[in-house]
Structures are given as structure tokens and as C-alpha cells.
Design a protein around this ligand. Sequence first.
Ligand SMILES: [Ca+2]
Ligand SMILES: [Ca+2]
Length: 281
Amino acid sequence: MNVLYTTPTMITSRSFISQCLIGLALLSATAVFTQTATAETITGQLGNVRAEISYEKPEEYKYKNVRLKIIRAGKTVLDQKQLQENEYDRPVGNISGQENNLPVRDLDGNKEPEIIADFFTGGAHCCSYSLIYRYDKKSQKYIKIRHEWGNGGYRLRDLDKDGLPEFDSQDDRFAYAFTAYAASGYPLQIWHYRQGKMVNVTRRYPKLISNHASELWQTYTQARQQGDDGKGFLAAYLADKYLLGQGQDGWGRVQQAYKNSDRTKFFADLRKFLRETGYIR
Ligand SMILES: [Ca+2]
Ligand SMILES: [Ca+2]
């Protein structure tokens, strides 16, 4: 498949996926030789909170004895066996590949670190997800949520410079929506974590959305030059434009650009899809 169609965001997730496909055994996790030669751990720490995911290397794609431990000031407060929800799910450390460590970060600014355990479910593309653990002071236990990233992933970046990381991602619902995977485009999607929940805060970043929309338009142009109809990129571009409150302007450009014979159906499908996905409100 043609990968020249990728936007910078997609390249990030692609490289993550290829990394997974090349073989998770190559993940630069720390080898621990205490129990068996195949046991590995991924660790992370912030302040006195330390988290460890341990597992045994894949055998017929199954990761064995996948276990998460969270240790506070030397005391183990969580020790969860078979942490992943499916026996084929593989721990990937930091999904973005920026670090090899398990992310232990204060995501919401309450001075208490959260733990992000990322998994990849296998398959050609799909899927990755995060289990995010926060400490509940009342019960003195960790409570987790699961967030799906689909074919892509995320990068932890402090986009608004407030000292707390955002999850810089893309809307995976656009995968295969109008075209093949390789020619799919994705609107920008930014999440943050507050009070134990993931919140979609994309609309708070108009400048980033605007840049993203321009990149999608460029990718659309390149796709057209290479013989693709570019529908996947036009769809994502229009979604970005709706996020900016520029839906009408976006439609104008899309309708001017797309002249293929299925245009009436494409525009109707696109409008319906953008309604269903919440871009058209
Ligand atoms: Ca926190
Ligand atoms: Ca921030």
C-alpha cells in the first residue's frame, strides 16, 4: 500500500504499528533474569510511585503472566495478574515510542501520578488501547479506565504549556470510512484526563487544528497526483474545518475539488458521517 499519503500524525502511528509488527520482542524493555530467561519488565516512576509491568516473551503471540505492580513508597498497593483484557494483548510500554518507560505522570495536576499501561491487540493494524490508573485516596486503591486508540496511538505532549500533558491523537473512526486504510485521513483529536475521565478537548486548539487541516489538504493534493480520489483526506479535512467552526468554507472547497461521478453520493455520505461522529452539531 502507498504510504506516501500519510500526514505527520499518521506517520507517528504508522511507525508505532510497524514497530509492533516488526516484533514486540525487539521492544527495548529491561530484561530481568531472576525467574526465567524470557521474563521482561517495563517500569516507570514519578516521586515515590513506581509501576512495573512484567511479562514473559511471546509464545505463539500470547504474552504470558502479564502483571502490573504499583508500589507507593516501597509498599505494593496493586498487584494485578493477567492485566490485559485478552490473552493476545501485548504490553507496549509507551505507545508513542518516545520513551521505553511505562508512563507515570500527573495527568490532571492533583500532585498524584497516574499510570498509563498501553497495549496492542495485534492484527495488521488494529488496535491499541491505554489502561489509565489513578489513586483513590479514600479507598487507597487504584481505579482504572480504558481508552481505545484504534489503529493509531497518541503522544503525550504539553500542547497548551500549562505543565500537564495532553494526549495528541487522531480520530480513528475515519479509518476505512470512505476508502482503503492506506488512503484514509484522520481529523486531529486531543484528549486530556481530568477527574478520572478522558475528555476530548480538540476544539480548544484552533491553531493546531488549522495547521492540521492544511496538512490534510496537502496530502489530499499529493494523493490526487498519485491517482487516488482523495476522499479519505477530504473527509478528514472537512471534519477539521467543522472543529474550527468553518464547515461552510470547508464544504465549498471540498465541492469544488471533488468532481468524480459519485460526488452526490459521497457528499451525502460524508454529511451523514460527520453528523454521526459529532462534527456537524
Ligand atoms: Ca494526577
Ligand atoms: Ca497541557
